[in-house]
Ligand binder design. Structure first.
Ligand SMILES: Cc1ncc(COP(=O)(O)O)c(C=O)c1O
Length: 397
């Protein structure tokens, strides 16, 4: 399904608060924070010329977040950054002076961190990021996971010393339980989705993603003309759309939000022109995108800056994973998880439809940017779908 953005707010200016959250200065500051993380390195931006030829576009570049900070997804940037920011704010207020990220190892800061508990709901990657951030600063983390989160993903979160709280139901159920239990215990909720009255912390999480966008802008030979980004609650998509709007202004690329057709809350919000909660049906293999209610901040930005919303099917995502794992001759193989490949699934669907191609002005001169948002964060599922292990896929390069 494909829908051009027909909202009355389409192409209006970003709210001042959102523009400040996603500004270039803040993105530079996020990158400075990253220099204090042990395993930080920019992730690769890979050109796929053979794929571009097959799809009839000028170029395809894919930012490969499977390499991010040893956590396997771009989410490593958001939750951990928000935890560090919040600790620094708490420490600054307790110590009565500005505390900088360079002071995380000072005994007085560690002491304040040891009394802090951060909590969040997750379908995997965000919880891993929050847990890693808490471990790094010496705080406690309690992570709420719903029934659909695989044991392998839960174990990966627990590996960072987090306490795990299993919640029956869906991601949205885990969000409300996390909120309630945290309120009772005075834990700090570090959520990647926002709701009325709770916007600042999810804004920090989105701000964390902008470090990746700074890297992309530095690395791309020319600005993109089209960006296809997969969405769950929309935080990533909104960060990308808002940041590119700030950086490129009127020359910004066209921005297309891609969701699983089984969990398309942003598509439905675009149809209704308001944030819309949808009924949940069958689970999708794009487990990280299985969200039934958009983030309020994300919707506010996307209503203005997304050019189109589209959905992809289960087999489309699986086919895109296989296409990246066994690329056309000359292109390198890329390990993309089920949610990681969804942006490419959207591009493939778009080029396959003449009406979508012409609506997006997608042609042989287009420069397309994709983000492989995760690697094989569940290796067993990856092997079931792709038919080879991630190690074998990479060995073919
Ligand atoms: C791998 C991956 N891709 C995309 C997304 C979507 O991000 P958002 O929920 O901010 O839309 C997520 C969210 O967890 C994710 O883990």
């Amino acid at each position: 399904m494909f829908l051009s953005n027909a909202s009355p707010s389409y192409n209006q200016a970003l709210d001042a608060a959102d523009a400040a959250t996603l500004s270039r200065d803040q993105a530079n500051e996020v990158e400075r924070f990253l220099t204090f993380r042990k395993n930080h390195a920019a992730t690769p931006l890979t050109s796929l010329p053979a794929l571009a030829r097959e799809l009839g576009v000028g170029s395809v570049h894919i930012k490969d977040e499977s390499h991010r900070l040893g956590l396997g997804s771009f989410k490593a940037l958001g939750g951990s950054y928000a935890v560090v920011k919040l600790l620094l704010e708490t420490a600054s207020s307790k110590l009565g002076r500005a505390v900088d990220v360079s002071e995380l190892d000072k005994p007085e800061v560690r002491d304040i961190a040891s009394r802090l508990t951060v909590a969040c709901a997750t379908d995997g990657n965000h919880g891993r990021s929050v847990a890693a951030g808490a471990q790094m600063v010496g705080a406690k983390a309690v992570i709420f996971v719903h029934s659909g989160v695989s044991d392998e993903r839960v174990a990966a979160i627990a590996n960072f010393g987090a306490e795990i709280y299993r919640v029956p139901g869906t991601y949205d159920d885990s969000v409300s339980v996390a909120e309630q239990v945290s309120r009772d215990n005075q834990w700090m909720v570090v959520s990647d989705t926002s709701w009325p009255g709770y916007e600042r912390i999810p804004g920090l999480v989105m701000q964390g993603y902008t470090a990746m966008l700074n890297e992309i802008v530095r690395e791309l030979p020319e600005p993109p003309t089209h960006v296809f980004v997969q969405a769950g609650v929309g935080g990533l998509a909104a960060a990308v759309a808002g940041y590119f709007d700030i950086v490129f202004g009127k020359n910004r690329p066209k921005f297309i939000v891609v969701e699983p057709d089984r969990a398309a809350c942003l598509y439905e919000s675009a149809l209704a022109d308001k944030p819309t909660k949808i009924a949940h049906g069958e689970p999708t293999i794009m487990a990280m995108l299985e969200c039934y209610e958009p983030s309020l901040v994300a919707w506010r930005i996307l209503a203005k800056k997304a050019d189109a919303f589209m959905t992809v099917g289960e087999e489309d995502a699986a086919a895109a994973m296989r296409r990246l794992a066994r690329p056309a001759k000359g292109d390198p193989a890329i390990v993309a998880g089920e949610s990681g490949a969804a942006g490419l699934a959207g591009l493939c669907e778009a080029v396959g439809s003449s009406s979508t191609r012409s609506s997006l002005e997608l042609n042989e001169t287009s420069r397309v940017l994709l983000i492989n948002t995760e690697g094989a964060t569940d290796q067993k599922r990856y092997e079931d779908i792709v038919g080879s292990s991630p190690a074998k896929v990479l060995a073919s390069n």
